[in-house]
Design a protein around this ligand. Structure first.
Ligand SMILES: Cc1cc2nc3c(=O)[nH]c(=O)nc-3n(C[C@H](O)[C@H](O)[C@H](O)COP(=O)(O)O)c2cc1C
Length: 200
């Protein structure tokens, strides 16, 4: 492949996916049909706890994040796992159709799961829109904007006197002189080319 980075030019937004028991930040979202109840697809990594939840739950929601979203929402939902913490503890939500949606957002879409497609690493969940509302008119955060400004969203501190490698996508820190050959970020799944050596 001459330059795979062209895929990063696909415009994507940044959303909080919520479902009973957890949820996570996603950018891999696409509307795939139109009409009164359009279909929306979201791709969730199999390693994420959210994937397990979506396999059994039949409803989920996507809250559309804006550029001024409280960074805490991105760090909590996008860099931590519901296996370890309750992501809803300090986040204001509203119950819509029995799903908690994020109040600090432009608005939400509640989806009824109608299908899913598995591949090696991810599952594509397809939902039918059953409820939706707009809280405020703001510019949605794009994945590109997030990438350009993520230092404001993810504060990474690394221990001094140790060689550290930081995931440029989610802020996960790996300690060690070299990253293992086939290393993948345990949090967000990207490969080692997206890690940067920390300059303390
Ligand atoms: C900006 C951003 C975009 C992300 N996009 C996705 C995505 O599209 N699909 C996905 O499965 N994980 C994505 N992630 C990673 C998950 O949000 C992250 O791994 C989360 O900690 C999983 O939590 P869980 O184990 O509770 O499901 C993204 C993270 C960030 C910060």
């Amino acid at each position: 492949m001459k330059n795979k980075k062209i895929t990063r030019k696909i415009s994507q937004g940044v959303y909080a996916l919520t479902t009973n028991g957890g949820g996570c930040i996603v950018d891999a979202v696409s509307q795939i049909s139109t009409g009164n109840n359009p279909l929306i697809a979201v791709s969730v990594m199999k390693d994420n706890y959210t994937n397990e939840l979506l396999k059994k739950n039949n409803k989920f929601a996507l809250s559309v994040l804006d550029r001024n979203v409280d960074p805490k929402i991105i760090t909590t939902f996008g860099t931590k796992s519901s296996r370890d913490i309750d992501k809803y503890e300090n986040v204001e939500t509203e119950d819509i159709e029995e799903i908690k949606v994020i109040k600090d957002s432009i608005g939400y879409m509640v989806l009824e799961k109608i299908d899913s497609i598995d591949n090696d690493t991810h599952t594509l969940f397809i939902g039918k829109l059953v409820e939706a509302d707009i809280y405020k008119e703001e510019k949605p955060m794009t994945y590109e904007y997030y990438q350009e400004n993520k230092d404001d969203y993810i504060k990474v501190t690394t221990e001094k006197n140790k060689t550290a490698w930081v995931c440029t996508i989610c802020g996960y820190v790996y300690y060690g002189e070299e990253l293992p050959e086939d290393f993948k970020c345990p949090i967000c799944g990207v490969d080692r080319s997206l890690f940067k050596k920390a300059d303390h």
